[in-house]
Ligand binder design. Structure first.
Ligand code: SAM
Ligand code: SF4
Length: 350
């Protein structure tokens, strides 16, 4: 199935990115994210996942981002990647339209062997999440018991994962490997400089994410948000930065270190919302479609996915869902207030 004309939503935004969550579970327990211990019932089969990817491609998606929970925990990752790799070279398959497949991971399970497999199966870019460069803070931000020694183990694992990714051919200079850090005021804002130093030493773009009001369990409050402008100000004091702006449909605004130390990104979803050109559709591991990260509920696609896949019905449902989309929660946050309920981040996939 393929739309004859580009499908746009009520604000003329095209669909560009499908974020597909493979699992709701995680091997970390970051308190700002709060993953469930159990999978949601009714995980999508491989056939259903592929049907969703095909329908999204037919509606204009060019990027597939695999996420979770922790996607490397899921044994459904590998068959999915193998099938997608084969479909991408088949001109008759809607998946042929995919320009890139990417993956977001906390890095704990990203061994040299897995990094090599991801590269071999056509994953173009990896984003690794790490919220501190010092042991005590790393343990706290990841929800690990055991204080500094647990944090030290995590740092060893994640820095080894970054090395493994580079060894496998994910070139940070080409934006194929990035580091994501959520910054929570009063929790890890003292990690800004250490994180930037870690990323600069490795030539990796660090993307600093404002703490977002996704989910209901993390006790979000606006006092815990460090605005991106403040993050940049603190970094500027150490390494002067030049603004490069935000590309169309991108989440990150980019800054270049004046001393040649590479690039930094800031994701200012709270202080400078970018709903205006948001092109992302999120599908959870159990087949709920969310057209906004801050939504309370998704649309259940399972009636078109089980017991057998109804490709036509699925395509029409997803097309209608996108065409009816009017979400711009982040732009309206100040008016709506933060009383509204949200689905959890690890379920949505970030
Ligand atoms: N486990 C993987 C990881 O950590 O990269 C993938 C899933 S995780 C939900 C995706 C991204 O969402 C991570 O970079 C994480 O830091 C970010 N995230 C989770 N909760 C957040 C929050 N409340 N505000 C901002 N970013 C958040
Ligand atoms: Fe797990 Fe990623 Fe959530 Fe941390 S942010 S608990 S690593 S899903």
């Amino acid at each position: 199935m393929h739309a004859d004309a580009p499908v746009v939503d009520r604000h003329a935004r095209p669909l560009g990115v499908l974020r597909l969550s493979l699992t709701g579970r995680c091997n970390l327990a970051c308190p700002y994210c709060c993953p469930d211990g159990d999978e949601p019932p009714g995980l999508l089969s491989l056939e259903a996942q592929l049907a969703v990817v095909r329908a999204a491609c037919g509606l204009g998606a060019q990027t597939l981002r695999l996420t979770g929970g922790e996607p490397l925990l899921s044994d459904r990752l590998w068959p999915l990647l193998e099938t997608i790799a084969a479909a991408r070279v088949d001109a008759a398959d809607p998946i042929h339209a995919l320009q890139q497949v990417t993956l977001t991971t906390n890095g704990v399970l990203l061994t040299p062997q897995r990094a090599g497999q991801l590269k071999a199966l056509g994953v173009a870019r990896l984003t690794v999440s790490l919220d501190a460069a010092e042991p005590e803070a790393a343990a706290q931000m990841a929800g690990l018991q055991g204080g500094a020694s647990a944090g030290e183990r995590l740092l060893v694992q994640v820095t080894a994962a970054l090395d493994a990714a580079v060894q496998a051919g994910f070139d940070p200079a080409l934006g194929q490997l990035k580091l994501n850090s959520v910054i929570q005021r009063g929790h890890n804002d003292d990690q800004l400089i250490p994180l930037a130093a870690l990323a600069r030493d490795r030539g990796i773009e660090l993307r600093l994410i404002e703490y977002m009001d996704v989910g209901n369990r993390n006790g979000w409050s606006s006092e815990q948000v460090l605005p991106a402008a403040e993050m940049v100000k603190r970094l500027q004091a150490r390494w002067p930065l030049e603004p490069e702006g935000r590309a169309d449909h991108a989440t990150a605004s980019r800054w270049r270190y004046r001393d040649g130390g590479g690039v930094l990104g800031t994701i200012a979803s709270i202080s400078e919302p970018f709903c205006g050109d948001c092109n992302r559709l999120r599908i959870t591991a159990d087949g709920q479609a969310f057209t906004c990260l801050f939504a309370a509920e998704g649309v259940d696609l399972k009636p078109w996915l089980t017991p057998v896949v109804d490709r036509d019905g699925l395509f029409k449902t997803m097309a209608a869902l996108w065409q009816q989309r009017g979400d711009r929660y982040s732009e309206l946050r100040a008016q709506v207030g933060n009383g509204s309920s949200h689905a959890e981040m690890a379920y949505l996939g970030g």
